[in-house]
Design a binder for this molecule. Sequence first.
Ligand code: UDP
Length: 336
Amino acid sequence: MRDLVDAPEPMGAGHKKVIIVAGGAGFLGSALCARLLNAGHSIVCVDNLLTGDFANVAHLATNPQFRFIRHDIIAPLRLAGPVDEIYNMACPASPPRYQTDPIHTFRTCVEGSLNLLNLAEEKQARILQSSTSEVYGDPEISLQVESYRGNVNTVGPRACYDEGKRASETLFWEYGAHRGLETRIARIFNTYGPRMHPEDGRVVSNFIVQALRGEALTVYGDGSQTRSFCFVDDLVEGLVRLMASDEKMPVNLGNPGEFTMLELADKVLAKIGSDLPVCFRPLPKDDPRQRCPDISRAKRILGWEPRVSLDRGLDLTIPWFAERLSAERRKGALVS
Ligand code: UDP
């Protein structure tokens, strides 16, 4: 980890804003970088490449308005020149990934947020935190509305992420309410789409990759637990609208279509390989029973709601995984 002193390039004609995307080489961050770059902004993509992958932004790197900095936000980030907005998308989000180094996950949420908040204060930049539906823990209510305070285990395997994100919300709220910073908090529900890592470990990528490889789909528990899946483009649109709004309190962003994991398995099997079996595996500890966002506030404040159904989103996602797996096979054949 290192502190960075970096002078920005002179901005070209048509420049709009200078925007830092921390975690910009991850699944969500890279989609956000692409969207903001397309809108004419200059992007500083910051990533430690722990779970992010430079390949996710390689197609953006030829654009002179895009800069990549390898940096872990646990260390302060120093940048010369103006910054208008900061999106903090930096943190492993898949349970097996964030549980690999729980202390680092917690530090990323808390110290990383603090470092970016201090940078935002120095630059007088707006800053948005990618929080999570995990702040609701294993919710006792459905739908989960922003005023629900959650049911989180402080000492379980998910705590490093859940409590880290909860603490980061507190930091954002303090800087927004009492230090005059323009802060935004997005509570992001399960999101999927192209550029998820095939070995990420989350259910959508696992099921698609398993089906494409002709393997049994691993259903944890009895598969009756629910999740609500939002397509990445919808989510990115919600983030951009939230940043542009005046709302400092948390806003849920997710797709309220709610499915059991068995229903998801059926959908993936119907699209890829209906004769494949499912196999049941133990339910991980503290795995939430249900999850479905109340998006009334997002609708009212941002004029936002998801447009892409799970069926359509899977149709957009499966070909990307198919291409990625066959590229890996071609590469493997060349090496061996
Ligand atoms: N899950 C599953 N099979 C898998 C991976 C996950 O049945 O191969 C389940 C997991 O137990 C959880 C749900 O799918 O109930 C969503 O898991 P994911 O890791 O995608 O997200 P999160 O638990 O963070 O919502």
